[in-house]
Design a protein around this ligand. Sequence first.
Ligand code: CU1
Length: 232
Amino acid sequence: MIFKTLVILGLLGNASAKLGAKVENDSDLHLDLEVIVNGERELFPLLPGTKCPTGHHCRVRNTHAGMSAMMFSLKDNLKTELAATLDWNELNTNLNTVVASSDYCSRRSAMARAAGLAAGVAVSTISQPAYAAETKDVKMGSDSGQLVFVPAKITICKGDSVKWTNNKGGPHNVVFDEDAIPAGVNQEKISMDDQLGEEGDTFTMKFDEAGEYQYYCEPHRGAGMGAVLIVQ
Ligand code: CU1
């Protein structure tokens, strides 16, 4: 059972490696219709762009969108306890999202859900954004000592965190502009009360509300030390 799980995760890993490739729209899909003839499974090529007839199984022929083919081979080969308990529809939906979505955050959370399903984790658990969460780093003060945040603009997904590190030219802090954060977000809760005096000191905050957040460093606001955080 553990071995099979690893096999699936390995395939998911391959799938994620292909994410860089742009997926064309459905009309570019080339399907082979699966038909049982005298007890043998045969494949009949459909014209490009033809949808799989209702009630039939089709295999996707082109390689970059081979998810459905992968699903079939997984189902065929996994006659195990894991296969029996897996929510295949949910997994398939998530894998399709991984392939079809152009949005990084949607792809990442679908990947996480698919990997969680394959590993036997309950859907209710893996739907939590925290499962796929990342932490992105922002330097306070450039390496040459300029009074800036580096980078000055970052984008994260809902549920991700940002870790600010006091780099050069401190003390610094992180104060959000209450007029330039999403409505309903508590400005005091996400801002620092004090300042980071020592180089290497850090401040980490998690963001669960989508939108644009502008923030600044209080001691160096006059010098223009401000930055933007986008939460998708
Ligand atoms: Cu500063």
